[in-house]
Ligand binder design. Structure first.
Ligand SMILES: Nc1ncnc2c1ncn2[C@@H]1O[C@H](COP(=O)(O)OP(=O)(O)OP(=O)(O)O)[C@@H](O)[C@H]1O
Ligand SMILES: [Mg+2]
Length: 237
């Protein structure tokens, strides 16, 4: 069982992660012993030049890929030996994911996109839609609940995706360039709202970003450098 009152242990522990890709005869050592503890409620920026392995690290932390060596521990539970069913359950119940491109379901409304993950965990449609409506309204989308993704602007789509990630009250959000697809002004605005919502929900987050202005406003900044995670002060970014 997961420790449900786990304020005293990290929500996410990455321990000595290693990952090598083989490209023809070439070996790419993307992760070479990357370690990190993320504590409840902390927002951590993950930075580093393109190709250093940020997405790879997030995929492993999100239990989508397994590392060659090392451990991912979610709220005290080592995920190395989980079967597919447990892995899916932890992903649904404990984590939320935000991608650069929203990946909303095109045939469903904003409200339904945020309600559906909750219904997958057994909540009623009414409960799901109530929370969805609350989350979307807090992101300024009260007038857009019935819009399908194609009827939303890019910023509105990303706001909806952020609400979807929070729908099941996860303890950890993993985000891969969540505002990377938006123009600079919208990106700034949505990021500001995202951090505000994360704080009010009390959720921890590991957020890969190329935007150093945004990174320096987080609680912590880690740089992926030669396969290792190095912590730097947000003021030093
Ligand atoms: N499935 C794969 N097979 C082979 N090489 C891969 C694979 N996935 C990623 N790589 C390589 O691993 C390295 C890290 O990729 P990754 O996508 O994690 O970087 P990133 O830091 O997220 O980059 P960006 O900032 O551009 O998104 C890259 O050199 C990439 O080419
Ligand atoms: Mg990436």
């Amino acid at each position: 069982m997961l420790d449900m009152n786990a304020q005293h242990i990290p929500v996410l522990r990455l321990i000595g992660l290693q990952r090598t890709f083989h490209q023809g005869t070439r070996e790419i050592n993307v992760l070479a012993g990357a370690s990190l503890d993320v504590w409840p409620g902390q927002c951590v920026a993950l930075v580093g030049p393109s190709g250093t392995g940020k997405s790879t690290l997030l995929h492993i932390a999100g239990l989508l890929e397994t590392p060659d060596a090392g451990h991912v521990v979610i709220a005290g539970r080592d995920c190395a030996t989980l079967d597919d069913q447990d892995r899916t359950r932890i992903r649904r119940a404990e984590m939320g994911f935000i991608y650069q491109f929203h990946q909303l379901l095109p045939e469903f409304s904003a409200l339904e996109n945020v309600a559906l993950p909750q219904m997958l965990l057994g909540r009623s449609r009414r409960e799901g839609e109530e929370r969805a409506s609350k989350l979307l309204s807090s992101m300024g989308l009260a007038e857009r609940l019935d819009h399908r993704p194609a009827q939303l602007s890019g910023g509105e789509q990303q706001r909806t995706a952020i609400c979807r990630a929070l729908a099941n009250r996860p303890r950890l959000i993993l985000a891969d360039e969540p505002t990377g697809n938006l123009d600079p002004r919208t990106s700034e605005l949505v990021f500001h709202e995202l951090i505000g919502l994360f704080r009010s929900e009390g959720v921890a987050a590991l957020i890969a970003t190329h935007n150093l202005d945004l990174a320096r406003r987080m609680d912590r900044v880690v740089v992926l450098d030669s396969g290792h995670l190095v912590e730097i002060s947000p003021q030093a970014v």
